[in-house]
Design a protein around this ligand. Structure first.
Ligand code: PLP
Length: 468
């Protein structure tokens, strides 16, 4: 847990970035990597901007992982994107597999989405009142997510999860929440928690500023360990408000739920009168035009969404049955609010994105491409005897630098060679591919990636393997 969160909230050394000599070439990991397959990229403008950024923004970034600390290089500043390509301030182009960390399933600057946003923005950016797009989004969302009778729109995934926990506690009148080691649910205080091994540990917060008291109401267990969940229910009977889970875990790299894990969580929550919360901030609309709950056939009590449903704009959502949602203010006593919640411009992007996904159904194609990445890279790594295990599910994949075959929880992925991942990241970046800058993240195939980009990507990863 500590390790995962360090990529989201890790300390950034401002001195380190202020100390940059902007005339210095980007350091390459080793001599072999200056192979002719790599472009000789100039990054002067990005470097200059980073120096300026570090003067005014902590660590030079507005979200820690963007600082590229774990991949030991300097960030690139992106000025535009179109389709699969992003362009930095020095004019370098990259084929993007990060997609703004998930939202851009239609690729960058989709024409229909941009035109809808421009149209709506021309009539005003925010009213702080009811607006018709809120109704349109709620109807569309509830039609695509069958277990959602009602939905409340917020402005981020963090906010959605915060609301979900409050709602679960409000509905059950209980205080404890079970979460899983290596699942990330945003940066609200109570979820910034690390735990040692064992079932019921003394929880230690993974961020300064989060008090022990706050995290003492979170029970952290290993993902895929249903027995541990059962034991926790025995120990804390009638005190557990909710179990929150990323159904397909993405924040320790891709780890899939083992057979029976989600079903077991559902049964334990039902037996004990607790809420099952599916955090679908990444999963939602990523694998199917709707929730992952529909794909796996398990109905949570409360779900959270974000990323794709905003089409690149700041949108999150919490949804549940009418009975549960009516506990939210102004109907019920669980308070939740937001100046920019239901913002018309943000919803315009989200609605158009969902409409396109419904119309185009790009999911089978994305899954096929991700499978091709995994199969070809795994085969090549095996042939070359290099420790790589590419995991994929539908249109997402993670290249784990490990010999380990079975990856079921954070302890397994912690053993990955993060130094080698950093070398790989820099090689890919300098070869014109922007992959997610951490070993413990997903890469996203979008609806606009084609076999052409995938083949080039695979060839470049193979070229990296050849340098080892
Ligand atoms: C599963 C999950 N939940 C919640 C969040 C928090 O979302 P946001 O960054 O929009 O606050 C994230 C962010 O990556 C996430 O992956």
């Amino acid at each position: 847990m500590v390790q995962i969160f360090s990529f989201h909230i890790g300390q950034i050394s401002t001195a380190q970035c202020l100390g940059i000599n902007i005339n210095q070439e980007i350091k390459l990991p080793n001599k072999k990597q200056t192979s002719k397959k790599m472009k000789n990229m100039k990054k002067d403008n990005s470097k200059k901007l980073f120096v300026e950024a570090c003067k005014y923004i902590p660590g030079g970034v507005n979200s820690p992982v963007r600082a590229f600390n774990s991949v030991e290089t300097d960030p690139v500043f992106i000025k535009k994107g179109k389709g699969v390509t992003i362009t930095d301030v020095d004019g370098n182009e990259y084929t993007d597999f990060c997609g703004s960390w998930g939202p851009l399933i239609l690729g960058h600057a989709n024409d229909e989405v941009i035109s809808e946003v421009q149209k709506v923005a021309a009539d005003g950016l925010s009213f702080g009142t009811c607006n018709p797009l809120e109704v349109e989004m709620a109807e569309l969302f509830c039609s695509l997510v069958p277990h959602a009778d009602m939905v409340r729109m917020v402005s981020s995934g963090t906010e959605a999860v915060m609301t979900a926990l409050r709602l679960a506690r409000g509905v059950t009148n209980r205080r404890y929440i079970i979460k899983f080691n290596g699942n990330y649910h945003g940066h609200s205080d109570s979820l910034l928690v690390a735990a040692g091994s064992g079932l019921l540990t003394n929880n230690v917060s993974s961020s300064k500023g989060v008090t022990e008291k706050t995290v003492s109401e979170i029970i952290v267990l290993e993902y895929n360990d249903l027995d541990a969940v059962a034991k926790a229910f025995d120990e804390y009977k009638d005190e557990i408000a909710a179990v929150i889970v990323e159904p397909v875990a993405g924040n320790m790299g891709l780890i899939q739920p083992q057979d029976g894990f989600l079903k077991g969580l559902r049964e334990l929550c039902t037996e004990n009168g607790s809420c099952l919360i599916f955090d679908e901030v990444i999963n939602g609309f990523r694998f199917y035009c709707g929730s992952f709950a529909s794909v796996c056939g398990i109905t949570p009590d409360i779900s959270t969404f974000g990323k794709i449903i905003g089409g690149g704009m700041p949108v999150g959502a919490v949804c549940a049955s009418k009975e549960i949602m009516e506990h939210l203010a102004p109907m019920g006593e669980v308070y939740q609010a937001g100046t920019l919640s239901g913002n018309p411009v943000a919803l315009a992007a989200g609605i158009k994105t969902l409409e396109i996904l419904k119309r185009e159904n790009p999911y089978p194609q994305m899954a096929e491409l991700a499978e091709k990445v995994a199969t070809e890279i795994n085969d090549y790594a095996k042939e070359k005897n290099v420790a790589i295990n590419v995991k994929h599910f539908m249109g997402v994949f993670t290249i784990f630098f490990t010999n380990k075959e079975q990856l079921v929880n954070l302890n397994d992925v912690k053993e990955c060679d993060t130094k080698r991942f950093a070398e790989y990241f820099r090689f890919m970046l300098d070869s014109g591919f922007y992959v997610s800058p951490s070993q413990f993240e997903l890469n996203f195939v979008s609806a606009v990636h084609s076999e052409v980009e995938i083949d080039k990507f695979i060839a470049t990863v193979k070229a990296f393997i050849d340098t080892l």
